[in-house]
Design a protein around this ligand. Structure first.
Ligand SMILES: *Cc1c(COP(=O)(O)O)cnc(C)c1O
Length: 234
């Protein structure tokens, strides 16, 4: 089977899973955007998926993301997912369309400054911490979602950033449902203050059904589309 056929088959399977999950949740399939997570996979895979109709792509390392974003032809939307080091913010702001993983004020300021300098506007999803593991980032949820709401307001105030909503990563190796329920509650609190911040980015290859059931609007799928990841190609 050619790589294009393999990607086509995987894409059909992932789309069928999304449609079935939407149907089971009584939601229209158009509610959920598929974001293909292409980290470690070659540019040719991105071009192939784009030719099959995928528009949203995500990467999680600045150098790899920048090289791919600069090389890919066609009309694609770039998401940067996961932790952004503050010293990489200016670079990320130069090519990313959507930054999912904003979790601190300094990063808001750095991304906004980078976007202003690049003459761009960035869409932002604030990351919520859904597990106790260190190092995965996200705003810790507190009483009344205070820290989260403060950070969302800071994004809204930043000159070159638009608050789109929230992003979360469920804990590995545990039932993801409680995490997705926490994220949905946080999203409701944010939408009460920022009605247009409707994005809820949650769900990956292994748990997209549970995420869609809890209201996810963007699923970030790597392995189920592209296969197992090895070392980065760039
Ligand atoms: C790699 C990655 C994904 C994709 O995970 P799969 O299990 O391969 O689908 C989703 N979200 C983030 C933040 C990632 O880093």
């Amino acid at each position: 089977m050619s790589r294009l056929d393999e990607l086509d088959r995987n894409l059909e399977q992932v789309r069928a899973r999304i449609e079935a999950a939407c149907a089971a949740a009584g939601r229209p399939a158009a509610d959920v955007t598929l974001v293909a997570v292409t980290k470690t996979h070659p540019l040719a895979d991105i071009e192939a998926l784009a030719s099959l109709g995928v528009r949203h792509f995500a990467e999680n390392r600045d150098r790899e993301a920048r090289e791919k974003a600069e090389s890919v032809t066609g009309d694609v939307v770039w998401h940067f997912v996961g932790q952004v080091q503050t010293n990489k913010a200016r670079s990320v702001a130069s090519y990313a369309d959507v930054v999912e993983g904003v979790d601190r004020g300094r990063l808001v300021d750095a991304l906004s400054a980078g976007a202003v300098q690049a003459g761009r506007t960035l869409q932002v999803a604030v990351q919520v911490a859904l597990d106790d593991a260190q190092g995965r980032g996200g705003v810790a949820l507190d009483e009344g979602h205070r820290s989260l709401l403060e950070l969302c307001s800071a994004v809204e105030r930043a000159p070159a950033l638009v608050l789109r909503g929230l992003m979360g990563v469920a804990p590995r190796g545990a039932d993801p449902v409680p995490a997705f329920v926490l994220l949905a509650r946080a999203a409701a609190a944010v939408q009460a203050e920022h009605p247009s911040a409707t994005m809820v980015s949650a769900g990956m290859s292994g748990d997209l059904e549970a995420a869609i059931k809890s209201g996810s609007t963007h699923v970030r799928v790597g392995t189920a589309l592209l296969g197992v990841r090895f070392a980065p190609v760039i």
